[in-house]
Every structure is written in C-alpha cells, then in structure tokens.
Design a protein around this ligand. Structure first.
Ligand SMILES: *Cc1c(COP(=O)(O)O)cnc(C)c1O
Ligand SMILES: [Zn+2]
Length: 408
C-alpha cells in the first residue's frame, strides 16, 4: 500500500493512482505516515520514505547542500548554505541535465511506473523537458515533450537520444505550449505529467528542503529561490511543514524572485492580491523575450490555488523580488568567481535576490539562510558528456490546429 495517502486538503477525499486533482481548487497532497529515516541510497533516493514511489530508479540525481564560504564572506553572512542541483561530480552532484528538474523527473517517472502509467506528456519551457528526455533515455520510458520552438536549443541529452523521446516544438510561448500539450493528452489518451499538480514532482523537488534540514541539523530561517511557476518553492514549503509535523522547529520564510521585466507573481504579491491580473504582465510576449532566465516565463503559475504560491508566501511572511538581467548576470559572475561553479540564468536570479535582501536588511548576518541555486555546472558537464540535440518529431505551427493531422 505504500506509506502515504494522497489527499485533497479541502474535502479530505483520498485518492489512489496517478491522480492530479479533485474538484476543489486546491492542490492535492501526500501525507506520509512514518517518520523520515534516511536510506543509504544515492541522491534524492535517500529520502525515499517521503516520496510517493516505493522503489528508486537507477540514478544519482539529487541536491547537495553545503555551507558557503566564498559568497557568504562576500555578503557578510555567517550561516549561508547553498543547495546546488546541477552537475559537480567532485562534490557528488550528479544531475545530468544540470538543473533541479532532474529531481522532479526522477520521482515522477518512478511513481508513474508504479501506478501503471507507461508514458507521460510534459509541457516545458526547456529544463523540465530536458530532464525528462534524459530519463526517458536512461530508464527507457516514453516521454512526449512539448516545448516552445524558441527554447529548442535547450533540448539536448548527455547521451545520444533514443526512440523513447518524442519531442514537439510549438510555435508559441510556454502557456500556448501547455495548452497544446493538454490537447494532445485528451486526443491521444497519454497521461499528463501535471506540472504543479503532480505530487511526485513536488515531493521530488522538496527533497532540497530535507537535504538542507539534515545537513544544517535544523530548518533554515530563510529560503531563496527564483520562480517561474513556483512549484519548487511550494514543494520546499510543504516539506518544511511536514518536518514541523514531525517535531522540527522553525518556519522558513520564502524569498522568491522573478526576472524583470516579466514579473507577474512579484506584481500580484506586491499589490496584495491573490489573483494575477493582466496588468501584472503588461506586454507579456515582449517581456518574456527580454528576460535572461527564460525558464521563469510562466503566464499561469499556481499562485491563487489552495496550497499554491500565494498561500506559501502568506504562511511564511514571504518576500518577492524583481531582478533585472544586469543584476542577474553580475550576481552570476560573482558567484562563479567565489564558489567556483557556473550557474544557469535562473539560479543567477536567485543569487541576485539574496544580494538585494542583504542590502535591504531583510536578512541578518547570522540568520540561517538556504539559497537554492537551481542549476549549474554545465561547463563541467560538457567536459564529461556530449550535448546531443534532440530532433523534434513535428513542428506545431499553430497551437490551435488539429493535432490529429500531424501526430501519428
Ligand atoms: C524551473 C526552474 C526554476 C523555477 O522553478 P519553479 O518550478 O518555478 O519553482 C528555477 N530554476 C531553474 C534552473 C529551473 O529550471
Ligand atoms: Zn477536494
């Protein structure tokens, strides 16, 4: 039966199988009945007790958490910890597509397989699709991947792509790509991975908070992350609350950042609203094209939904930050020089938000801070692996066109 229940926190209905939602506007949640005992397995599988799958996959994906020396000194912080989810084998970080999307792909595919789901459809702005593509290769699992055409260059695998990967390039932005993928699921009866609604995805990403708690031997006071959808932030908040239920003290404040000029969650939060309105993303299309961290470009994030970003921020007295491209790039350069590993653009945004926070005295010198640098080490990855481009099976020119015509 497994050691968890899948429950709607609103109506308390319990679900089995690969279920993404009930009729309530609330994210479903896993409730783990046993305390977490660490397993001697690699990567995120150490936290298997608090993942919905029963068995691990043959991978080493997972976060590493360590106390910062370089950046901490630069910012005058004494208890800054970094969660790194890229590739850095010397430090035991083996995320072969270079981002924390490797955590969610692993827990999701493991869970889906156990629930008898033999293929998944995934819409992505790039990093998620890359993570699932690699895993599709590695464990021979069919993945139908939809990405905006403009993000195709992010679609590579560290080993030559196999027939388990089915890539579709959509002529549209991330939201239109999500809609196209949804239509594909309905037409072709392939299970939708589910994004933020997928508890396996969230619990996989939430292992970062578990890793941090066990490394620091306490919960952090502050958690920093760059967000597009905010799924990773929701996940870490949920994990912190699970730890509280099991006797851990503390309630980490969420410090979440977006990349200006595309900052819908920042604007809605600053206006004290639970809804994102069109005015929160003026000239959305143009703004999305301008941002340095394209993976942060979600136009319909799980913000208002019960258990979503708004509640996570509210419940932790959270803060939102707006980071310019220039700030992000400068933060990235600083980080690389003092921590000796390169970051992906979204992680640079998170570093810049910490710098803002220190400047505005929102964190104090001795606070226990967890900075989630959500991806990096691509330069190091390139030394060990090839970057094999994935060829799309089809280009979807018009997101409204009939998918039956193009997909066999
Ligand atoms: C997806 C992604 C994010 C944003 O994650 P959320 O799902 O919005 O929490 C941040 N950094 C990187 C590298 C990503 O790939
Ligand atoms: Zn319900």
């Amino acid at each position: 039966m497994g050691n968890y229940q899948l429950i709607c926190p609103s109506c308390k209905t319990e679900f089995t199988g690969y279920t993404l939602s009930c009729n309530c506007p609330t994210l479903l949640r896993t409730v783990y009945n046993t305390p977490l005992k660490l397993k001697s397995l690699p990567g995120l599988w150490r936290f298997l007790d608090w993942l919905p799958c029963e068995k691990q996959l043959d991978t080493k994906a997972g976060s590493i958490v360590y106390k910062s020396l370089g950046l901490a000194k630069e910012l005058g912080l004494t208890n800054l910890h970094l969660a790194f989810t890229g590739y850095w084998p010397e430090r035991n970080a083996h995320n072969l597509t270079g981002s924390f999307k490797d955590l969610e792909s692993n827990s999701t595919v493991a869970w889906a397989r156990e629930k008898g789901v033999n293929a998944l459809t995934i819409a992505s702005a790039g990093n998620t699709a890359r993570a699932f593509a690699h895993l599709a290769n590695h464990v021979e699992y069919d993945a139908f991947l939809f990405v905006p055409e403009s993000c195709l260059e992010m679609l590579w695998t560290p080993e030559p792509p196999t027939e388990n990967i089915h890539l579709f390039a959509v002529n549209g932005d991330y939201l239109e790509t999500i809609e196209t993928a949804n239509k594909f699921c309905d037409t072709k009866c392939v299970q939708n991975e589910g994004g933020a609604k997928n508890v396996a995805r969230r619990d996989g990403m939430g292992t970062v908070m578990l890793d941090a708690a066990f490394t620091m031997n306490r919960l952090p006071t502050h958690y920093f992350q760059a967000i597009g959808s905010g799924t990773g932030a929701i996940a870490c908040w949920e994990m912190a609350t699970r730890l509280q239920t099991h006797g851990w003290a503390g309630n980490p404040t969420l410090h979440l950042s977006q990349n200006a000029p595309f900052v819908p969650i920042y604007n809605a939060w600053k206006a004290n609203r639970r809804q994102i309105l069109p005015e929160d993303m003026p000239n959305a299309e143009r703004s999305i094209k301008q941002i340095h961290a394209v993976v942060l470009s979600n136009r319909s994030p799980p913000y208002s939904v019960g258990g979503g970003v708004y509640e996570a921020l509210s419940n932790t007295q959270g803060e939102m930050y707006s980071v310019t491209n220039k700030e992000a790039k400068e933060a990235g350069t600083l980080f690389e020089s003092v921590e000796e590993i390169d970051l992906v653009p979204a992680a640079e945004v998170a570093v810049a938000s910490l710098i803002q926070s220190v400047e505005q005295n929102k964190v104090l010198k001795d606070d226990w801070i967890l900075l989630n640098v959500t991806g990096g080490g691509l330069a190091r990855l390139k030394e060990d692996f090839g970057f094999y481009p994935i060829q799309p099976e089809a280009f979807i020119r018009d997101p409204n066109q009939n998918l039956e015509d193009i997909l066999t």
